[in-house]
Design a protein around this ligand. Sequence first.
Ligand code: SAM
Length: 232
Amino acid sequence: PPLYKQRYQFVIDLVKKYKPKKVVDLGCADCTLLWKLKFQTCIEVLAGVDINRAVITDKMYRLSPLPCEYLQPSERPLTIKLYQGSVAEKDPCTLGFDLASCIELIEHLETPVLEKFSEMVFGYMTPAIVIISTPNAEFNRLLPGLNGFRHKDHKFEWTKEEFQNWAQDVCSSYNYTVEFTGVGKGPPGTEDVGFCTQCGVFTRSYQSEGSLTADSCRDTEHSYKPIYNVVY
Ligand code: SAM
């Protein structure tokens, strides 16, 4: 399968493993991952955030209930919400999630925005699990004809060491642990290069306190714009 599908499958496999009830996709773009996650029956709340309103609204109606789902409502409650907002900004609607996915997002963030993103996700949202994927710059030499970054909007592409150093810093600042893996293998003999996409799976090291969430809720202004809300 193409690499983007392997990345989505990577998230789906972790959802199957950890069975989170509330999942948010940061940088959800055209909601393809959300649309796949909808079929994971452990999930009761599914949310997506992207800074680009047009990219969200393009195909968001695929998240609507299918005729058969109206006719035969399932036992499980499911709410799907989409917001326009920046991952650099805090908003109470991002609180209370068990798992956050950030697929091919961080390399689009300028350094000061990346710092705010870390604080917002690991310091404010504090989900039990955070999944981050980003290109592995070392793999670029295996991509024929590539000259510079993989995409013109990328602000950086990191080596394995650069990503791992950033991730370890985040973990020590915000009390998480991280395991590294990836998707997209190179041809035999290139194992030292690593995966085409590098991934970090972050786990919160402490139990969350419900009251903390309530406090943060009161203290933060809304900055995200709701653009879609469906209750199954
Ligand atoms: N996660 C999707 C996927 O894997 O197919 C989309 C990845 S796309 C390369 C990066 C997305 O991040 C874009 O949809 C872009 O609009 C969004 N994005 C960039 N900066 C953002 C920010 N500060 N806050 C929220 N979303 C942002």
